[in-house]
Write a protein that binds this ligand. Structure first.
Ligand SMILES: [Zn+2]
Length: 78
C-alpha cells in the first residue's frame, strides 16, 4: 500500500525561517519537488534542515489559515 508522504517543514538554521512542504499526492511530481527551496528565501543561507511537523506546528498552521485563508497554510490531511 502506498504511503502518503507526510508534510514536513524546511527550517533555516540561520534565521529561523521555515516553510511547510506538502505533496499533493502519493506520486511525487516535479512541481512538488520545486516547492523545496535550495536556499533560504529570507537570508540566502544554504543551511536548511528538514523537520517533521509537530502538533504545535499544525495548530499554528490552522490558526494562520483561519486568519489569512492562504491555502499554503492548509494541511490537506489535518
Ligand atoms: Zn534564513
Amino acid at each position: 500500500m502506498p504511503v502518503k508522504p507526510q508534510p514536513f517543514k524546511i527550517c533555516c538554521l540561520k534565521c529561523g525561517f521555515y516553510k511547510v512542504i506538502q505533496f499533493s499526492s502519493d506520486c511525487l511530481r516535479l512541481s512538488d519537488m520545486e516547492q523545496i527551496p535550495e536556499y533560504c528565501p529570507k537570508c540566502g543561507s544554504k543551511e536548511l534542515e528538514n523537520r517533521k511537523l509537530t502538533k504545535m506546528d499544525k495548530i499554528i498552521l490552522r490558526i494562520k489559515y483561519n486568519f489569512t485563508n492562504n491555502p499554503e497554510y492548509l494541511l490537506k490531511d489535518y
